[in-house]
Design a protein around this ligand. Sequence first.
Ligand code: CMP
Length: 517
Amino acid sequence: MQLSPISAALQATLLEAYSQGTALILGGSLIARFTQRGESDADEQRARRKLELGLMCFHVLLLPITGVCVSLGAGFARDLRLAGSIAGALAGVLIYGQILFESVFPRLFIRIARILQDVIIALVAVMAVFITASRVGIDLTGIVATGAVLTGVIGLALQDLLGNVFGGLSLQLDHTIRVGDWIRVQDVIGRVVEIRWRSTSIETRAWEMVIIPNSLLTRSQVMVLGRRQSPLREASRWRRQLEFQVDFRYPPNQVIDCVQSALRSHPIEHVAAVPSPQCVLLSFMDDNAGKYGVRYWLMDIAQEAAVDSVVLTRIFYALKRADIPLSMPAYSVFMTEESHERKAHKLERDQERRIEALANIDLFRALSDEERSELARGLTPAPFARGEVLTRAGAEGHHLYVITSGTVSVRADDGVTQEELAQLGAGEFFGEMSLLTGAPRSATIVALTDVECYRLDAEVFQRLLARREDLAERVAQALRERRTALQSYRPAGQPRTISPELSQGDLLNRIRGFFGI
Ligand code: CMP
């Protein structure tokens, strides 16, 4: 039966498509489209997709031409078929590579470095070209010999480029550095965001993108921050060291204990609990001062400066509370001679400041000048940084606290959960319960802002209340109200473990005991 020319051309095209595996290529392309994960935005990936599409179009367009030429017995039909088949094979390799590396492996949680993906795809593509050519009846091995010479010549000319490419390859293959690592190269510190064929991109904390040629990375010293080679595969942590100076009037152990307990007593965001922050005496600066180092382990390297600041603030407040001044530079230490008058003057100023603070405290407003002055002598300044715990439920109480600025949160605390009962601010006091009843602290007090307050010795407080009945009544009244609020707190399904309830009679007895009556 004689076929019409169109049917014959169609038949020849279909035959060509069958022999060149076009269905596989088109099918793969469809699968790749449907299984693609999200929007891929990398320029290289987009370029690869364009290449895939170009090769596929070229392959499909050549099919009818090749089919017709073959059926007409044209001499160049074999070359056309070779060109079409190679385009198809390359498109197929790219498409199936994409399915494998971008859909299948990520779903199986297998991560293969980009450069390695490219190398595998390139090798398979070369093999595919050879196989395709030999199927068409063309031997390409001759090209390889000429190619080797050519590669040598090109290699010499492109030494730098190849250095970078192999640098990139080795970085990826031996995992010297990985995407996400924080590294220091020469003066640059940043996070590795991409390792490409020729260069590695590093993002600094200042939002700068530094592009470092791979050959430089393999040749120079690279410090990977916060990563430790250990069988335990520990999380990344970077040890930071901050320094400060304190003069030798204050024994090193006292300084170290004070700073360490302030840093360890409650967690600081982004600072590792283990190993815990440490304070060490680093060296003797001169006859007068010791240089101390605080070491802590930072868990988010991007937060370096902010966390340094929080840690330094903690140190500052802890030392201030312990009345340990930071050492001044030597040139100003000796400029003013410490005389008796100066000292007296300083004490007087401190006393004035305390009296002024007392005048603003509601509880003490009714005191006479003399009483206020006596009370002021029993006050010790106690500043706290935001987030610090001023007293903890269950601890022994030795002081009454009066707040002069800032806000604290009073929290019922059963050791597992905390619940806010009240907030206290400037002019208010807390800590009276333990002093009056001798019971452990009934609540945990946390600074919501930086807080300035004074601690009042139990003894001075006792003397004052014994003399001023009106004051004693106000404190007892506050105590009763606060106790009621405390007693209404019950942790879900748990009996109270801290501060057992006292009957009204017990309470009175304890308060009487406090006043010695
Ligand atoms: P004390 O038990 O010595 O230590 C914790 C302090 O928190 C407590 O004294 C009171 O001063 C204070 N406190 C306890 N409950 C309340 C409350 N409901 N409202 C305000 N302050 C409270």
